[in-house]
Ligand binder design. Sequence first.
Ligand code: GTB
Length: 209
Amino acid sequence: MAPYTITYFAVRGRCGAMRIMLADQGQEWKEVVINYENDWMKGDLKATCVFGQLPKLQDGDLELFQSNAILRHLGRTHGAYGSNNKEASLIDMMNDGVEDLRLKYGKLIYQEYDTGKDQYLKDLPDHLSKFDAYLAKNKAGFLVGDKVSFADYSLLEVMLNHQVLCATCLDSFPALKAFVAKMSARPKLKAFLDSDDWKKTPINGNGKQ
Ligand code: GTB
């Protein structure tokens, strides 16, 4: 039986990275898909959520909200949180950097897609250059240390979304581009990214991408 249950809307959204991580770690999980207009807006699930929002991860008797807390929990559980305290702190730092970009991306998608896309794409290289420079320092091909971490999954997912937004956006960033290619080629991850479960699930809740 799948040890994990993810409860979320029918999008990748804030569950993309955790699904990528579970797939790469060879884990199974169950999806509970919530219809936004009916189940969520008219039902009583929202009132049961700690912050009134999804996603929720159920792991045995642990019920967890906040997507980054979920990533950290899965990182701790599956050995994807560095090899020591120092690496764990650097992984936290990089994941916070990914979160900053994820929030900017979310603002573009949900609030200013029609008016802000040109400016967003002008600003994007500055953000991407920071990840590129950091990755270039680590010959192992991960953000931190010599094994994959939850921050790598999170960065990969945000980069995949950005490649949909702008197919050429990584072209000036060789370390970042190589990172995306190498991560995407990990066998279990590749199988998941090639699956309908991934490909047919919309990236965002408003159809913009
Ligand atoms: N900090 C939290 C985290 O990281 O988990 C943020 C969670 C969050 O923003 N959740 C949104 C939510 O629950 C869903 S992600 N919104 C409902 C509410 O606040 O009442 C964005 C989103 C919006 C809409 C859809 N949709 O229509 O399918 C999908 C995803």
